[in-house]
Design a protein around this ligand. Structure first.
Ligand SMILES: Nc1ncnc2c1ncn2[C@@H]1O[C@H](COP(=O)(O)OP(=O)(O)OP(=O)(O)O)[C@@H](O)[C@H]1O
Length: 221
């Protein structure tokens, strides 16, 4: 499947945040987006997922015009938002089958490293990192063809960064994945193509040095 952005603009009042011209995301590839705080990465993901409306857009799914308002109902895109989305009152072991219908996919979450150590806890009692890790696994193992990951590594301890990279690697062949995180080395390790969002424009980048050139990384490290 092929998700194509021909145009995507978003303004808040008079402030233009996104002025994208072209972005393609195909199943079988993982695309990284870098950008400074406030550059519009989360805004882009919210618009594609359908929880925020673009000011103007021209989007296509396999060459057919695509309205993100239909994303959730069509189970097209799984989305890990920056902020937690699970209800606090449920136990971890009960929320897994509520989010994921498929038994095999549920087991992938249950048997992921570390989950057994807190599967009997309530969501509301998890640490921020445990919660983010659980939410990452839940959206990653949904059967949707596209996956948007907004900061999957943030708040999670380094031991599990490797697990997350392996999960993304295992899904790469079957899904179109868009990922952003300020742990840019981790993003770079799992992506096929990379962009940096500068002044509302998505600029393709080939080397990490370009992250410095575009003012994302400091020039002396
Ligand atoms: N609902 C809103 N109303 C007004 N401004 C908003 C709204 N949502 C986001 N913005 C602004 O849009 C800009 C882009 O925000 P966004 O969260 O997309 O950035 P980001 O690249 O994801 O940043 P970070 O790396 O800090 O997560 C910011 O300046 C933010 O203040």
């Amino acid at each position: 499947m092929h998700l194509a952005i021909d145009k995507l603009e978003k303004s808040f009042g008079k402030r233009a945040i996104l002025k994208l011209n072209k972005l393609d995301l195909q199943t079988g590839e993982t695309v990284g987006i870098f950008g400074r705080n406030g550059s519009g990465k989360s805004t882009l993901m919210k618009i594609l997922f359908g929880t925020m409306r673009a000011t103007a857009s021209s989007l296509y799914l396999d060459t057919v015009p695509f309205d993100p308002a239909t994303t959730i109902a069509r189970k097209l895109i799984a989305y890990l938002p920056q902020h937690s989305f699970l209800p606090g009152g449920f136990k971890v072991r009960d929320i897994i089958p509520l989010v994921i219908a498929d038994g095999e996919a549920q087991n992938r979450v249950f048997y992921s490293p570390g989950i057994a150590s807190f599967e009997n806890q309530r969501i509301g009692s998890l640490s921020m990192g445990q919660l983010k890790y659980l939410e990452f696994l839940l959206v990653a193992y949904l059967d949707h063809p596209f996956l948007l990951l907004d900061e999957p590594f943030s708040m999670i301890d380094p031991l599990y960064h490797q697990v997350i990279k392996e999960v993304i690697g295992s899904l790469k062949a079957s899904k179109g994945i868009l990922v952003t995180d300020h742990y840019y080395e981790n993003v770079w390790a799992v992506t096929n193509r990379h962009y940096i969002l500068v002044d509302g424009l998505l600029l393709p980048i080939e080397t990490k040095e370009e992250l410095t050139k575009h003012g994302y990384l400091p020039s002396r490290r």
